[in-house]
Design a protein around this ligand. Structure first.
Ligand SMILES: Cc1ncc(COP(=O)(O)O)c(C=O)c1O
Length: 404
């Protein structure tokens, strides 16, 4: 390693607070002592969710590259990675840096690379991270190849395939697919393979629909891989993944790896499409009753959108859960109450159907657990997880990082 590479490595490895090796601390407090709002992580539920995914990966015979954007926390990631050095999937280069500082080496950055991030990616590579980038156009391929040449670097890339019209990627039959791969190859970059994310699985109204989407995701990316191989280009890695398709795929012939992230915690959107049940949700926000508007049937709590996030992912599902499902301290839904409204710091708890009669009286000071629509968005509102056991004791506090 050259002197400048050594310097880059030590810069990455010596990041301040969020990068420190000790990211958790033991607290052992009863839930009732926490100041709210606070983010709770039910460890037993999380462990069951992880075991379920691991069993499915084993059954399918594929390797697992967990997406860590949901948790952004080394303590969670260590429970889902197959080895302490990975592999993992990240959604930002800051995530890559954070996990690299905790010893992870095999990292797929799964958002198409922008030219203003080339230098950052290079810095990670030179620090010893085995970073893989993705792209889906000749335009990006040419920009990256030019940067690779001037920096004398052999970037490793995967081509993103659009398996469902959800957002980005090349169609499996796209005319540009083979030329892009051939161009990268001839420019000296390593084309590791193809990857796709069937985000439309979140919109499947039935589990049969999810199963069909898993097959669509598989077939699309396998077809793209076949086309590259038919053109004489190597394509060792074939990668798929979203939580619904990963858990409900019946077979993954031709696929080498699966990525999934939200399965660790699950959330109301996942429960809304029956990928999990409400009692499997590992993440919740602890809030406290601060007042009432009895004539409106409202109970006010100190967890508004700043705690829950603005995500209204269940709004388009069969059961709209508002800004979150209200549960007691054991995590059991309470009297069909939801957060019907959310201001920055105020959450408005009321009956789902708006009825006033029989409104449960929850005295000021009562603590409630609110299940989130979207675990990634809610977790992002907090700097740490309070990890709780089945006796409602906070066992540990785990840091998570945020930002880009
Ligand atoms: C590229 C990519 N792969 C995998 C995933 C994981 O999906 P999920 O969070 O449904 O597990 C995502 C999530 O957005 C993604 O963007």
């Amino acid at each position: 390693m050259t002197q400048s590479e050594h310097q880059m490595q030590s810069e990455i490895m010596q990041q301040p607070e969020p990068m420190n090796a000790m990211s958790h601390q033991s607290t052992r407090l009863p839930l009732e002592t926490l100041e709210t709002p606070a983010l709770l992580l039910d460890e037993a539920r999380m462990n069951r969710n992880i075991a379920r995914m691991q069993a499915q990966m084993k059954r399918l015979g594929v390797s697992f590259r967990p997406h860590v954007k949901t948790n952004k926390c080394i303590d969670v990631a260590r429970r889902i990675m197959s080895t302490p050095t990975g592999p993992i999937t990240v959604s930002t280069l800051k995530e890559a840096e954070y996990f690299a500082a905790h010893g992870v080496r095999d990292i797929l950055y799964a958002v198409s690379i922008a030219p203003n991030k080339f230098a950052h990616a290079l810095k990670l590579l030179r620090s010893g991270v085995q970073l893989t980038l993705i792209l889906d156009s000749m335009e990006t391929a040419q920009l990256l190849a030019a940067f690779a040449q001037t920096s004398n670097t052999r970037f490793e890339v995967m081509l993103e395939i659009d398996s469902d019209g959800h957002r980005s990627g090349l169609a499996p039959e796209a005319a540009e697919l083979v030329p892009i791969a051939a161009y990268l190859h001839s420019a000296g970059l390593v084309v590791k393979g193809v990857m796709t994310h069937a985000g439309s699985s979140y919109d499947c109204p039935t589990l049969d629909g999810v199963r069909a989407m898993a097959e669509q995701e598989r077939a699309a990316v396998v077809r793209a891989a076949e086309r590259l191989r038919e053109a004489g280009l190597p394509c060792p890695v074939v990668s798929v993944g979203s939580t619904p398709t990963a858990l409900f795929a019946e077979q993954l012939e031709g696929v080498t790896e699966v990525r999934a992230g939200v399965f660790v915690f699950f959330d109301l959107v996942m429960a809304g499409i029956n990928v999990c049940t409400v009692d499997e949700l590992a993440l919740s926000v602890l809030g406290t009753v601060i007042g009432h508007q009895a004539e409106k049937g409202w109970t006010l709590i100190d967890a508004g959108w700043m705690a829950m996030s603005r995500d209204r992912g269940t709004a388009k599902q069969a059961v709209d859960q508002g800004y979150g499902l209200v549960c007691d301290l054991d995590g059991t839904p309470l009297d069909d109450l939801i957060l019907v409204g959310a201001n920055q710091e105020h959450g408005i708890v009321a009956h789902r159907d708006g009825r006033l009669a029989g409104v449960t009286h929850l005295p000021v000071g009562t603590q409630l657990r609110i299940m989130p629509n979207h675990a990634c968005a809610t977790a992002a509102q907090f700097p740490h997880y309070h990890v709780i056991d089945s006796e409602r004791q906070v066992q540990e506090t785990w840091s998570r990082f945020h930002g880009w």
